[in-house]
Design a protein around this ligand. Structure first.
Ligand SMILES: *Cc1c(COP(=O)(O)O)cnc(C)c1O
Length: 371
C-alpha cells in the first residue's frame, strides 16, 4: 500500500547526484575502489570516531561478515536481542549457528544485562559458552553499554553492535557502533540516511575491516591470476551507492535533529492523552529517534489507533515482533521476562521521516487526540 504519509521515507540532500555524476565521469560505477567509496568510508570513520570502516551492500551482509570475523561456525551459540528485526538474526542461521534470544529491559527496550548474564551462565552450565553477542540499539536508543560491555569482558565474549537503526546516537558522548568489538550500520532506504541499499562494518581493530573487505570482494589471494583459499562473498558497496552516501553524510546531523524534533513534538502534543506513553533517554543516552515509538494501554487501543491512521492514508507500524515469537525462530533457546512481548502488543511507531511537514505532524496528533 502507498501511504500519503509514509513511516520513514528517504530524504535527499540534493548533493547525491553530483557524486553519482563523478562516478560516471571517472568510469568507476561499480568498482570496489572508486573515490566515492573511499570518501564515504573516511567520512564514517571520522563521524563515528573509529579506526576503520568497510562499506558493504547491506547491513545484513555486515552482520554476516562480522560473525565470520569472530569465527562463528556451525553449531556455535550466538546471543542475540529478541526484540529486533529479523535481519539481526538471519546471518547467525546462514552460518548454521544457534541464536540464543535474550529479552529487553524496560528503560531502553534493549537487551537486559541481567538476563544476558543469566543466559551466559546457563549456556555454560549446559556445556557451551556463547561465542558472540549481537546487541541491537533499537529505534536508535542506545543499549546499557557499561553493563553489557562489563559482562562481555567478564566472560570474554565479543559484542557486535547492530547499530543499523542508530547512526548518530551516542552513549556517554561516544557514537554507537564504536563501543563494541565490531559495529554495523544499514543504509537501506528507510533508515536515517541511505545509499539506496547498503551497509558498513566498523571497528577500532582495523584488521577486522581489512578482512571484511577481503571477504566482501570474493576472497582473492595475492596473485596475478585468480587464486582462492577461502570462501568469498560479493558484498562490496558500489561506487554509485557510496556517492549517494557521501551526499547523505553531509546532512546526517540535520537528519538526527529533525527526527528528534519529531519525537519531542509528538511527546508534547500527546502529553494529555492518558492512554499513550513515550520513553525518555536516561542520563548520558542520546537517541537519534530514528522512529518515534509509543506504548499504549492495550492491544485494542493500539490497533484502533493504527487503523484510524491507516484509514487516513497515514502509515504507522506495531513495534517489532520479537524473534522468539517468529515461527522460523521459535525453536531456539530464549531467556525472557515478558518485556518484548508486552512492547509488541501495545506499541506503535509513528511517521518519523526527517522530511515530515509541520502540517503532517499536526494532522497526525489531531487525529490521535480527537479519538
Ligand atoms: C535495517 C536493519 C538491519 C538490516 O539492514 P539492511 O541494510 O536492510 O540489510 C539489521 N538490523 C536492524 C535492527 C535493522 O533495522
Amino acid at each position: 500500500m502507498n501511504y500519503r504519509i509514509p513511516l520513514s521515507p528517504s530524504h535527499f540532500s540534493g548533493q547525491e547526484q553530483k557524486y553519482i555524476d563523478k562516478a560516471f565521469a571517472e568510469n568507476m560505477i561499480s568498482s570496489s575502489y572508486g573515490s566515492n567509496i573511499t570518501d564515504f568510508e573516511s567520512k564514517i570513520c571520522e563521524y563515528i570516531n573509529v579506526k576503520a570502516c568497510t562499506a558493504l551492500t547491506s547491513g545484513t551482509a555486515a552482520i554476516h561478515l562480522a560473525l565470520i570475523l569472530l569465527g562463528i561456525k556451525e553449531g556455535d551459540e550466538v546471543i542475540c536481542s529478541t526484540f529486533t528485526f529479523s535481519a539481526t538474526v538471519n546471518p547467525i542461521l546462514y552460518l548454521k549457528a544457534t541464536p540464543i534470544f535474550v529479552d529487553s529491559e524496560n528503560v531502553t527496550w534493549n537487551m537486559c544485562p541481567h538476563l544476558l548474564e543469566t543466559s551466559i551462565l546457563d549456556r555454560m552450565n549446559k556445556g557451551k559458552k556463547p561465542k558472540a553477542i549481537v546487541l541491537v540499539h533499537l529505534y536508535g536508543m542506545p543499549s546499557k553499554m557499561d553493563e553489557i560491555m562489563m559482562i562481555s569482558r567478564k566472560y570474554n565474549i565479543p559484542v557486535i553492535e547492530d547499530a543499523a537503526e542508530a547512526i548518530g546516537s551516542t552513549y556517554k558522548g561516544l557514537k554507537l557502533g564504536s563501543l563494541g568489538d565490531i559495529g554495523i550500520f544499514s543504509f537501506n532506504g528507510n533508515k536515517i540516511i541511505t545509499t539506496s541499499g547498503g551497509g558498513a562494518l566498523v571497528s577500532n581493530n582495523s584488521a577486522y575491516c581489512d578482512k571484511a573487505l577481503f571477504l566482501a570482494t570474493q576472497a582473492r589471494d595475492e596473485a596475478p591470476h585468480y587464486q582462492h583459499s577461502q570462501i568469498g562473498y560479493n558484498y562490496r558497496m558500489t561506487n554509485i551507492s557510496a556517492g549517494i552516501g557521501v551526499g547523505q553524510m553531509e546532512m546526517l546531523n540535520l537528519r538526527v535533529k529533525a527526527r528528534r524534533k519529531n519525537f519531542y513534538f509528538y511527546k508534547k502534543e500527546l502529553a494529555t492523552v492518558k492512554e499513550i506513553y513515550f520513553i525518555d533517554e536516561p542520563q548520558g543516552f542520546f537517541s537519534n529517534r530514528w522512529l518515534t515509538t509509543l506504548l499504549t494501554d492495550s492491544f485494542e487501543y493500539r490497533e484502533k489507533l493504527r487503523i484510524r491512521l491507516k484509514d487516513n492514508s497515514i502509515e504507522s507500524r506495531p513495534l517489532w515482533k520479537p524473534m522468539h515469537l517468529q515461527p522460523v525462530f521459535s525453536d531456539f533457546p530464549n531467556y525472557l521476562n515478558g518485556n518484548s512481548e508486552n512492547f509488541f502488543e501495545r506499541g506503535l511507531c509513528l511517521p518519523s521521516g526527517s522530511n515530515l511537514t509541520q502540517d503532517n505532524m499536526q494532522e497526525i496528533v489531531d487525529l490521535i487526540k480527537s479519538y
